[in-house]
Ligand binder design. Structure first.
Ligand code: AMP
Length: 602
């Protein structure tokens, strides 16, 4: 016997969920379904996030209990957003596809109320509604809730956060007192408790919380950076994951638009989703994202609610939410339906307290990681390129006619050289771009995250000996000025500077060591020939305070400006149409013009 049958799921919906590939009930379904299919179902409060299978947990029993002959609304599902409301109605349609005569309708704002009134007039068994529009229809006396047996409050905490308390109360007051009430919520905020105690009778409490599949499948990463480096860190994180498909959460509409504009200007396949956009604009963006023609969605919490996408690789918290609960919602958007996901926070040191609070709430520790360094990003991008090359379809008929000529032209190159040249064609651009970019991880975090990543290399700094010192009038600013002027590079990260009587030491990002040695050749200071050489490995401890050091490097950290170095703009892996168009973009972005813009110095 199928396990779904054991908990009371009947044949009429079994076939449909089999078509959907549901093999066994999820934990929330195991607990909720038996309660609802009983003769006299009691009220239920379930602490379960989206992604746990809660729609089927209430949807399957409600479909089964529906009296098809009765055309009145028998069950009502309330959810906070139009998207979730439509998603629920669609899911119920899927589950009921073999149930003859069964109807489910969606009632939500921002869409024709006339059509919804017509639907209600025709009669519908279950409605999935958002509170605002439903209250509007109640006021117009166009909806009859007098025969409602079950009310489901889905994402109750979100509905209350969005200010729907009055609407919820108005709707509940229109339904019979002997109804069954189910409340689903990711968190048990005070307002949720208050609604439960006012409108529910002796509810059974079910906590899926920690056991829920989604939290188990989510890795939580934290990147500590200076607040000013937030955007640069975001770009690196995205570049480090060439196949990223994720939501970047911002705190305000303005920030959402800014981050999205910046990403688009820098050549990323991103767009914004927030409340300042019209419903039509939001629909366009969401559809592009759902169909994977967009790989990065920059969104506010409210706008992203109800966006049901199951295979996000990443959720990135560009800024932590004001409400700690919102983090649970955000991270719950990845790691769904058995897939693995990563929730990333980009934070600064001032947010440590908040991070600890979140850790307590999710009962998991963040893994502190270093912002990917240029060379690591380059490595990932290189192998991504190689993977794509391995998989690219070759059109023999088109290529073959050119082959003899190409072979002749390239016959002087052996296999290794040929590979190197083809790869360099694309790869040189990001090698150049990232060559001199500083480490963005906040200094105090570096040793911590290095430990976490198992590396014991010493922060990637080179230490130099220079034959001039205090008695030559040298100060730290003299050294910084020399590095700036002689190399002409303005974004070299400088570490410790030790000025002694007749010589000095200084540290810089090791990736710039050769540039510096070269630039200091044949230079003089007060008529004295400068001798510069690499000293032994950079020391770990600093004789200058880290704030001193930061203030020096802050002045000079202008890295990561300009266009994205990769031609990898579109999501090539998604569909042929997109493949072609991103190929075109690539060609354009390889041009000299673009290159100049890419590497333009501030
Ligand atoms: P929900 O929490 O209702 O948004 O469901 C999350 C996802 O899990 C949806 O895509 C469902 O189709 C899927 N799902 C729900 N129940 C099951 C199940 N028993 N087995 C496999 N997938 C399921």
């Amino acid at each position: 016997m199928n396990i779904f049958e054991e908990i009371g799921v009947e044949e009429q919906v079994l076939a449909a969920i089999k078509d959907l590939g549901f093999e066994k009930p999820t934990p929330v379904q195991e607990k909720v379904i038996p309660i609802l299919v009983g003769e006299k179902p009691g009220d239920v409060i379930a602490l379960a996030q989206t992604g746990t299978g809660k729609t089927a947990a209430f949807g399957l029993p409600l479909i089964q209990k529906t009296d098809i002959a009765n055309k009145k609304i028998q069950h009502l599902i309330l959810s906070p957003t139009r998207e979730l409301c439509l998603q629920i109605a669609d899911d119920l349609k899927d589950y009921s596809k073999y149930v003859k005569g069964f109807t489910v309708g969606a009632i939500f704002g921002g869409s024709s109320i006339d059509l919804q009134m017509k639907m209600l007039k025709r009669g519908v068994h279950i409605i999935s509604a958002t509170p605002g529009r439903l209250v509007d229809l109640i006021n117009r006396k166009k909806v009859d809730l007098s025969q409602v047996e079950t009310v489901v409050l889905d994402e109750a905490d979100e509905m209350l956060n969005m200010g729907f308390k009055d609407e919820l109360e108005a709707v509940l007051s229109q339904t019979p007192k002997n109804r069954t009430t189910l409340l689903f919520s990711a968190t048990m905020a005070r307002e949720v408790k208050s609604i439960a105690s006012k409108y529910m009778k002796d509810p059974t409490e079910i906590i899926i919380g920690k056991k829920n599949v989604s939290t188990e499948n989510v890795t939580h990463l934290c990147y500590m950076v200076h607040a000013r480096d937030r955007y640069l860190a975001l770009k690196r994180i995205v570049d480090f994951h060439p196949d990223v498909y994720g939501i970047i959460f911002c705190r305000t509409r303005k920030e959402t638009q800014e981050v999205s504009d910046n990403l688009m200007n820098d050549g990323y396949n991103a767009d914004a989703l927030h409340g300042d956009l019209s419903q039509a604009q939001r629909d366009v963006v969401m559809n592009k994202f759902r169909s994977k023609h967009l790989s990065l969605l920059v969104a506010t919490d409210v706008a992203a609610r109800g966006l049901d996408v199951n295979d996000l690789t990443h959720v990135i918290n560009y800024n932590l939410p004001d409400e700690i609960d919102a983090y649970t919602h955000r991270s719950g958007r990845t790691g769904r339906a058995g897939k693995k996901g990563t929730s990333i926070i980009i934070a600064n040191m001032k947010e440590k307290q908040k991070i600890s609070t979140i850790e307590r709430q999710i009962s998991k520790k963040f893994i502190h990681s270093s912002v990917p360094l240029g060379r690591d990003i380059c490595k990932n991008q290189l192998f991504h390129l190689i993977d794509r090359m391995e998989k690219v379809e070759v059109s023999d008929t088109d290529i073959n006619s050119f082959l003899p000529e190409i072979n002749k032209k390239l016959e002087w190159l052996d296999r290794d050289e040929l590979i190197k040249k083809f790869v360099s064609l694309e790869f040189n651009r990001f090698l150049d771009y990232y060559k001199r970019m500083p480490d963005l991880t906040a200094p105090a975090e570096r040793s911590k995250s290095k430990k976490a990543s198992g590396s014991n290399k010493d922060m990637g700094m080179s230490r130099f000996f220079i034959n001039i010192g205090r008695k030559d009038g040298v100060k730290p600013t003299t050294i910084i000025g020399m590095i700036n002027d002689y190399t002409g590079i303005r974004d070299i990260e400088i570490g410790e500077i030790d000025i002694l009587d007749s010589f000095s030491f200084f540290e810089t990002d090791e990736s710039c060591a050769e540039d510096i040695l070269e630039a200091f050749k044949d230079k003089t200071h007060k008529k004295r020939k400068i001798a510069l050489e690499l000293a032994q490995q950079a020391k770990r401890s600093s004789s200058r305070s880290s704030s001193d050091r930061n203030s020096d490097s802050r002045k000079r950290s202008f890295g990561d400006r300009g266009k994205r170095p990769f031609g990898d703009k579109g999501k090539r892996s998604f569909g042929d149409k997109d493949k072609r168009s991103s190929g075109d973009r690539d060609k354009r972005s390889f041009g000299d013009k673009d290159k100049k813009r890419t590497f333009k110095k501030r």
